[in-house]
Ligand binder design. Structure first.
Ligand code: GDP
Ligand code: MG
Length: 441
């Protein structure tokens, strides 16, 4: 696949900004890649459309081809869709005992995931967990959970033969309350396909325990089916999150994207094997790389972007060290400030600077002034910008007039420039580390 994409991308013309044609050509292949990763057709179609609007006209990073740039844009968009709000690995655990309901089709990995999660909650968060199997259908299903419990050192509800799932749920709640557990996890039965009886049963259990989290366990290899399963479970019992299992296999994980796009539910964990510690917090970046299958290209574009930024910083640093801080540099600094949300934005980002931001505003140094200062610099000629010493009275008048401002304002700007140039020179002498330290003070 990478080769095929590479071929398409080579044909794309090299140029500054991504053209309509560049984007369309690349996205045709991206769509195929998504479908091959088992992303459902409507989701792939929608996604490609969204990226198309987003990508056209974006600039291409130096030393990167348009095709590679599109891949990076697609990757970032994938991460965007995959990432839900909040921390994926965090479960709502508050009033003890907190009920967690595990649902899904048979064989999806519910029982295994129940054990893995219980282990994680016990070891990482110091919770006291009780597990209970509500699977009264599959032979030895309850024993399976009990064995896991022994293995990981987590308590399981004693098995009482002949009880109905709802009654087991009630008993689990009671036992968890009396036993002082923080969490009780209910591992439900599954069917090979969704059916009414299964759904009604899960619904009844839900009504009895009112779970804080209802986690849908889905086989990451199933692709399109996963979406239908997620939709039905969500409609009937309401799910709070998804666990994707078997992501240790060869599957490309397209189900993750489809489910996110269709249900909007967060993917919280990923199962990576049969062992009890093979559970990880969902990482959108990793799954995106897997779905697209073009991690190398993404890394390459990121590297190129970083290199350019580092080069720019390096170049400026060298100039400052030599005491060169001209009007172009000042303009760049001012523009950078505007990009970061103006004075207020910058101050807001620095801890303890909130008060200062207010003072700055009261002093009248707001974003409008920055804009006006930039206008003054723009009104200078190239030579004047490179060498502000040239600015004598007649030139000043011309510049101020060009920017529709007073000469006094230009004088203020020049004074500021001199002060900054001085400061830059001092900081430059201290070298990179020194400058940072100084700025932090
Ligand atoms: P349930 O029917 O939903 O309870 O599914 P089980 O928890 O019994 O799991 C069915 C099979 O899938 C078992 O053999 C598990 O060991 C296996 N399994 C579960 N999760 C994973 C996973 O993340 N990776 C792999 N490779 N196997 C898994
Ligand atoms: Mg099971």
């Amino acid at each position: 696949l990478s080769e095929r994409l590479g071929g398409v991308f080579d044909r794309l013309t090299k140029q500054g900004a991504l053209s309509d044609e560049d984007v369309k050509t690349a996205l045709r292949e991206v769509r195929v890649a998504l479908l091959e990763a088992d992303v459902s057709l409507p989701v792939a179609r929608d996604f490609v459309k969204k990226v198309q609007d987003q990508a056209t006209g974006q600039s291409v990073t130096k030393s990167v081809t348009p095709g590679q740039q599109v891949v990076k844009i697609v990757h970032d968009a994938l991460v965007d869709v995959l990432a839900g709000e909040g921390d994926p690995g965090a479960l709502k655990i508050d009033n003890p005992p907190t009920p967690i309901l595990m649902v899904g089709l048979q064989g999806s990995g519910k029982t295994t995931t129940t054990g893995k999660l219980a282990k994680r909650l016990t070891e990482r968060e110091g919770k006291r967990v009780l597990m209970a199997s509500l699977d009264v259908y599959r032979p030895a299903a309850m024993e399976q959970l009990a064995v896991l419990g022994t293995q990981i050192g987590v308590d399981t509800l004693p098995i009482v033969p002949g009880q109905k799932p709802v009654d087991i749920a009630k008993r689990a709640k009671q036992q968890a309350t009396m036993g002082g557990y923080d969490v009780y996890m209910l591992d439900t039965a599954g069917r090979l396909h969704i059916d009414e009886v299964l759904m009604d049963e899960v619904e009844q259990v839900r009504n009895v325990v009112n779970p804080r989290e209802t986690l849908l366990v889905v086989d990451g290899l199933t692709g399109q089916v996963a979406v239908e399963v997620a939709e039905e479970f969500d409609a009937k019992v309401g799910i709070s999150g998804v666990v994707l299992t078997r992501m240790d296999g060869d599957g490309r994980g397209g189900a993750a994207l489809s489910m996110r796009a269709v249900t909007g539910k967060p993917i919280k964990f990923v199962g990576l094997g049969e062992k009890m510690d093979a559970l990880e917090t969902f990482e959108p970046d990793r799954i995106a790389g897997r779905i697209l299958g073009m991690g190398d290209i993404v890394a390459l574009v990121e590297k190129a972007q970083e290199t350019i930024e580092a080069e720019q910083a390096e170049r400026m640093m060298r100039r400052f060290q030599k005491g060169q801080f001209n009007m172009n540099d000042l303009k760049m600094q001012l523009e950078q400030m505007m990009k970061m949300g103006g004075m207020e934005g910058i101050m807001g980002m620095m801890p303890g600077m909130g008060k200062m931001a207010k003072q700055v505003q009261e002093a009248g140094f707001d974003d409008k002034i920055i804009t006006r200062q930039i206008a003054l610099i723009q009104s200078m000629t190239k030579k004047e910008r490179a060498n502000p010493k040239l600015l004598q009275a007649s030139r000043k008048k011309r510049i101020a007039k060009g920017a529709g401002q007073d000469v006094s304002e230009l004088n203020k700007l020049l004074k500021m420039h001199r002060q900054m140039a001085d400061m830059m020179k001092k900081m430059g002498k201290m070298g990179k580390g020194g400058m940072l330290k100084q700025a932090m003070k």
